[in-house]
Design a protein around this ligand. Structure first.
Ligand code: AMP
Length: 283
């Protein structure tokens, strides 16, 4: 596995690969890799000749009171894991290279970023779309793989790629979970044993909601209320949102249709966790 630390070198390498006729697959991450990330890499590997993985903890997608400084980092472990799944190039740009002196440009997707996580994290998605564009410009991939765990992020990036005519295929991968159902996340490391126990209420509430839907419940309010009170019944939890929305537009719904996104953001102790499930069946 080759490690590249500069944007310029990455661009030259990407250009050379393209000239040789190789297809490039790309998995952007913030590191502290877990099975969820590795699954994205395995999927990417099946679709391309050369797999590029980036690790960059992007400061601009964290709000002022968020965990940028203490976001978990483990470069040595990450290198081993990325190499283990067949990563060809690990791209680890420095913050100075990504945001040079005088930086003042951004990429913005409007409506989709004002909903769900965008309400409590108003600068987050502008940071994401800007950094992903910059990473795309460095890696020049044919395809890029993202997790459905960050469903809104995947929706926003798919919209951006379409709107801006970026010639990149976006592939979404289902959420990878621990054996007890907790969605894997680098932030799970922050949870105490008791908090982790309460965090299981997120996935359990998604399952409960799906069971309600399967039994015929179609009122979005009834499902939101049931999910909210279920999660509130667990200690250390503080709900940011429980959304039942259209998976394409992220507009809140009154009545469930054939395809519905139930998305949650919940603080467990000081750790903000997200999870979601697409619930589908006859309207
Ligand atoms: P992050 O390092 O948190 O920025 O995540 C990098 C990529 O991994 C994003 O596309 C995430 O959606 C994806 N990802 C994170 N956790 C999971 C998971 N549990 N299952 C699948 N994909 C994930």
């Amino acid at each position: 596995m080759e490690v590249i630390k500069s944007v310029r070198v990455m661009q030259e390498r990407a250009e050379a690969l393209r000239l040789k006729g190789y297809t490039v697959g790309f998995v952007p991450t913030m590191g502290f890799l877990h099975e969820g990330h590795l699954e994205l890499m395995r999927v990417a590997k099946r679709h391309c000749d050369i797999l590029v993985v980036s690790i960059f903890v992007n400061p601009t997608q964290f709000g002022p009171d968020e965990d940028f400084e203490k976001y978990p980092r483990d470069m040595e472990g990450d290198m081993e894991k990325a190499e283990g799944v067949g990563t060809d190039i690990l791209f680890v740009p420095g913050a100075d290279d990504m945001y040079p002196q005088g930086f003042q440009s951004s990429v913005k997707v409007s409506d989709l970023t004002r909903k769900l996580c965008g309400i409590s994290r108003p600068v987050h998605f502008d940071g994401v779309t800007t950094v992903v564009t910059k990473l795309f410009n460095a890696v020049k991939p044919d395809m890029a793989v993202f997790g459905q765990k960050d469903f809104q992020q995947l929706t926003v990036i798919s919209r951006m790629v379409k709107d801006l005519n970026m010639d990149i295929r976006i592939i979404g991968v289902p959420t990878v979970r621990e054996s007890d159902g907790l969605a894997m996340s680098s932030r799970n490391k922050y949870l105490s044993r008791e908090e982790r126990e309460s965090a299981l209420s997120l996935n359990a509430s998604l399952e409960m909601a799906e069971a309600m839907f399967k039994k015929g419940e179609r009122s979005a309010d009834k499902i939101r209320e049931a999910v909210t009170s279920f999660i509130k019944g667990h200690p250390f939890t503080e709900i940011d949102y429980v959304s039942l929305c259209d998976p394409d537009t992220l507009e809140e719904m009154d009545l469930l249709g054939e395809k519905n996104l139930l998305a949650l953001a919940v603080k467990v102790g000081v750790t903000r966790l997200i999870d979601n499930r697409v619930i589908s069946g006859p309207a």
